[in-house]
Design a protein around this ligand. Structure first.
Ligand SMILES: [Zn+2]
Length: 425
């Protein structure tokens, strides 16, 4: 008799379970519409296009890039007059392994950013996580972030097996295994584009050497966040001895403890830095919260030492301070005299080449339809560096519209939408 109320409760629970509405984990995206982006100034450096053109999209792919494409009945026409139409932007240094682990810095932690919450509103269609995960927790990163994001998420995996968890975890030489790192890259070559070294403060070169070993085994680049070593290590040795052509120095305009900056006390770019560029080392802006100083960037740019790639080092700190987003960071370089075409190239075809994904970062017919439509505002704007200093500029990029795989995923002014007087809802 005593178990009767329990049986009753079980029955009610079972009934509730069976009758509860089933919510799919993620609603399937509707099929992409045919689009015609009309009258914009197309900059597609890979295909050498820098002119007013129309871009049509069908089935999620670029159908045609040409002058005056005639709209068909199935096309949704987007007026892009006065705007720039460029390939979807690629950010090769972001931190998107967000999660809830305590004291885990940028590896399954809340200082990392949910990709879709930040990417599309800045014209980005590809984000590369820079070392959040290592071979041990890459699968968790894939399941938790890569597989659930509409943004294309790729990864440099950390030479530290446990990834970028900060503190002693990143100092553990015993957890830096080139063989296991290479194995993980081989298993997930579709997502992993390289190996990251960061934050090691010891005197040994082992983290760099082991990352290069893994990178050589799998033919992928190594990205190095250099500095904080005690005693300091030689930047010249890193750039001329340890890194291979195609490897990347991120935070190129930083001046941090334990690393000499690329611009010396007299304001000159050090000769070995030019030499490193000549031998094929890639220099990446990697703005971040502490790695972009006007005192470095301004003299370097005047001497022609511009970035190969302009990345954000996105995390919750940098996005709420001087960095803000990729377009604010690109705008700094525009205002420092880098031509718009070069700025776009740094974040499209060049970025794609650096991560060895040449199929990305351009909009030739047949390519996946990843497109950013940008406005270039003229006026008076202020920009902040990671030293907290301000620079004034007269131009600023703004994202009007982003297309990912043929879907409009960001539309600032409703350019792809019918007027409310004509809509059906
Ligand atoms: Zn970083």
């Amino acid at each position: 008799m005593a178990d009767r109320p329990i049986r009753c409760l079980l029955f009610v629970a079972a009934l509730l379970f069976l009758t509860a509405p089933r919510v799919p984990a993620q609603a399937p995206a509707p099929p992409p519409p045919d689009l015609l982006i009309k009258g914009g100034h197309v900059i597609d450096p890979r295909n050498n296009i820098d002119a007013v053109m129309d871009v049509s999209v069908s089935g999620g792919k670029i159908a045609q890039v040409a002058a005056n494409i005639t709209p068909t009945a199935s096309m949704r026409v987007i007026d892009a007059a006065g705007l720039y139409v460029v390939p979807g932007l690629i950010d090769i240094h972001a931190h998107v392994f967000f999660g809830t682990e305590k004291d885990a810095y940028l590896s399954n932690a809340d200082s990392a950013v949910q990709p879709d919450a930040h990417s599309f509103r800045s014209g980005q269609t590809t984000l590369v996580d820079a070392g959040g995960s290592g071979w041990r927790n890459f699968l968790q990163f894939k399941e938790q972030v890569i597989d659930r994001s509409r943004t294309r998420v790729l990864a440099f995996i950390n030479i530290v097996g446990s990834g970028m968890k900060g503190g002693p975890v990143e100092q553990n030489l015993a957890d830096m295994d080139s063989r296991l790192t290479a194995m993980r890259i081989k298993q997930h070559a579709a997502s992993i584009v390289g190996v990251k070294v960061a934050h090691y403060s010891g005197a040994e070169w082992d983290p760099v050497k082991r990352a290069v070993e893994a990178g050589t085994a799998m033919n992928v680049p190594v990205m190095v966040d250099f500095g904080n070593n005690n005693p300091p290590q030689s930047l010249e040795d890193l750039l001329l001895k340890y890194l291979r052509p195609g490897d990347i120095l991120t935070h190129m305009y930083a001046h941090v403890a334990g690393r000499i900056p690329i611009v010396d006390e007299q304001g000159k770019v050090r000769p070995f830095v030019f030499e490193a560029r000549k031998r094929g080392v890639i220099f990446d802006a990697g703005h971040g919260g502490g790695s972009f100083l006007f005192r470095q960037a301004v003299p370097a740019m005047k001497q022609g030492f511009t970035p190969d790639v302009i990345s954000t080092d996105l995390h919750s700190g940098s996005m709420n301070s001087g960095m803000k987003d990729i377009l604010n960071t690109m705008s700094k370089f525009l205002n420092l005299g880098m031509p718009l075409r070069d700025v776009i190239k740094a974040n499209t075809s060049r970025a794609a080449d650096v991560i060895k994904r040449p199929e990305l970062g351009h909009i030739k017919a047949g390519a996946e339809a990843d497109i950013a439509v940008l406005g270039l505002r003229k006026g008076s704007f202020g920009f902040i560096d990671s030293g907290g200093n301000r620079m004034l500029g007269d131009q600023k990029l703004e994202c009007e519209l982003t297309v990912k795989a043929g879907q409009v995923v960001w539309d600032l002014n409703g350019r792809s939408r019918p007027m409310w007087t004509e809509g059906s809802k």
